[in-house]
Design a protein around this ligand. Structure first.
Ligand code: MEV
Length: 448
């Protein structure tokens, strides 16, 4: 029953100047404000501090108001053969079955030609959104006049990137007034090479906005109202349909035969149907793509990239034809089974966390110091492998068998099973179906 606590409702729990507090002052404030057993809450928070003070300080300074660390397991999936190179892929994820599934899929394809991956494009986008009240032709002629200056005034920002072969690719003026009155854009495209490029792009855009606004004020053909361009915002887009990678597996249908696939022809057809269902049915497509993102996010996170940016861009891409659909596709033609993914991924292997977080550096070294393009391929393969493993289970044994086997350890830990109990119970559940209640019963039986 819900007990209404008058005390809590009236508790004063707002605070000003919090960010100026020291770390221990912040923790004490939290303990005093929210926790009944302050000592155990404090002990918990402190137990997650790293004993290496320098390392802890590094993590503290990634964000504001850090109180402790939040662990995720970092696992590895070995045996990935991608374009004839072997990789062990680092994965940071909490979901029990993901790394096991990736490892199974890599092993399955190892003797069937491995994965092939190719980067199709690497263009990124940023926009200056502005309001202009006036004649469009005049705006067009102003844009033509100011465009060289937009580029030249970003020279100090773009110098290094250009030296390495990247930079601003183009800036377009876009008329968006059919969507929103007086709304226009500077729509810019960028090549950011091995950097994810968010800071580079945003700095360029803010410079474009300032040059654009200033120059408009002295453009002779403009009326006073036209000179008064209002910049709404300048920001990169996480929708990157021109930063695309494709990964694929294929083999003869008969070569799909394995311990769990006694009838490869039937398997291939059922697998293809499962993909087709995700292509046409949104409810299924979302779960299908979620499984793909299990693999993608885990590698994106382990390599210090921005998984929220990747998620947002990927799901927008999944709806690019006006309906949310599968990111993977399958064909079974002329005796050949082919399964592939095409996905937008804006990733970096330099800058950001990549040179700061020791485990990110470790992960990148494990991946043989990939370029951003290499990483795009590896991540796309992780997504495809994950989807292959999920569909293989779903269309054969069902997902729960493997999932619950992996989940068994979580349940055992939840009940604080001892090492001896774990050994006994794992042995028992090799021959019995794992369900939450079956595990609880088995634990109780052993403990009696
Ligand atoms: C679970 O995290 C992911 C799956 O649901 C994906 C799928 O259904 O394809 C197993």
């Amino acid at each position: 029953m819900f007990v209404f606590s008058k005390n809590k409702t009236h508790m004063r729990n707002t605070i000003s100047g919090f960010s100026k507090f020291s770390k221990s002052e912040k923790i004490e404030w939290l303990l005093n404000t929210y926790f009944s057993d302050k000592d155990s809450a404090r002990t918990l928070v402190q137990r997650y501090w790293n004993t290496d003070e320098k390392l802890q300080k590094l993590h503290d300074e990634f964000i504001e108001n850090t109180i402790t660390n939040y662990y995720l397991p970092l696992g590895v999936a070995p045996n990935f053969l991608i374009n004839d190179t072997f990789y062990t892929i680092p994965m940071a994820i909490e979901e029990s079955s993901v790394v096991a599934a990736a490892s199974k899929a890599s092993k399955f394809w190892l003797n069937r030609g491995g994965f092939k991956a190719e980067v199709l494009s690497t263009e990124k986008i940023g926009q200056v959104h502005f309001i202009y009240k006036g004649d469009f032709e005049k705006l067009q002629s102003f844009f033509a006049h100011v465009k060289p200056k937009l580029i030249s005034e970003t020279a100090s920002i773009t110098k290094n990137m250009e030296r390495r072969g990247g930079g601003i690719l183009d800036i377009e003026l876009r008329d968006k007034t059919s969507d929103l009155p007086n709304y226009y854009q500077l729509h810019a495209t960028f090549e950011t090479l091995d950097a994810m490029g968010a800071n580079f792009i945003n700095s360029c855009l803010e410079q474009f906005a300032s040059t654009f606004k200033n120059e408009a004020q002295s453009f002779e053909n403009f009326t006073t109202e036209e000179k008064n361009i209002s910049i709404v915002m300048s920001i990169l887009s996480n929708y990157v349909p021109q930063c695309l990678v494709r990964a694929e597996v294929s083999c003869k249908v008969e070569d799909l035969k394995s311990k769990d696939i006694p009838n490869p022809e039937e398997f291939a057809q059922k697998f293809k149907q499962a993909v087709q269902i995700a292509e046409v049915e949104t409810y299924r497509a979302v779960t299908h793509n979620k499984g793909i993102m299990n693999g993608i996010d885990a590698v994106v996170l382990a390599t210090g990239n921005d998984f929220r940016a990747v998620e947002a861009g990927v799901h927008a891409y999944a709806s690019k034809d006006g309906k949310y659909s599968s990111l993977t596709h399958c064909s079974v033609e002329n005796g050949i089974f082919k399964f592939w993914i095409e996905i937008p991924l804006a990733l970096g292997t330099v800058g950001g966390l990549t040179s700061l977080h020791p485990l990110v550096k470790f992960s990148l070294e494990m991946l043989q110091k990939p370029t951003a393009k290499d990483l795009m391929k590896i991540v796309a393969v992780a997504g495809l492998a994950q989807n292959f493993a999920a569909l293989k289970s779903l269309t054969t044994t069902g997902i729960q068998e493997g999932h619950m086997k992996m989940h068994l350890m979580n349940i055992l830990n939840q009940f604080e099973a001892t090492e001896t109990e774990k050994v006994k119970l794992i042995e028992h559940f090799k021959k019995n179906v794992v369900t939450h209640s079956a595990v609880v019963e088995a634990i109780e039986r052993i403990r009696k």
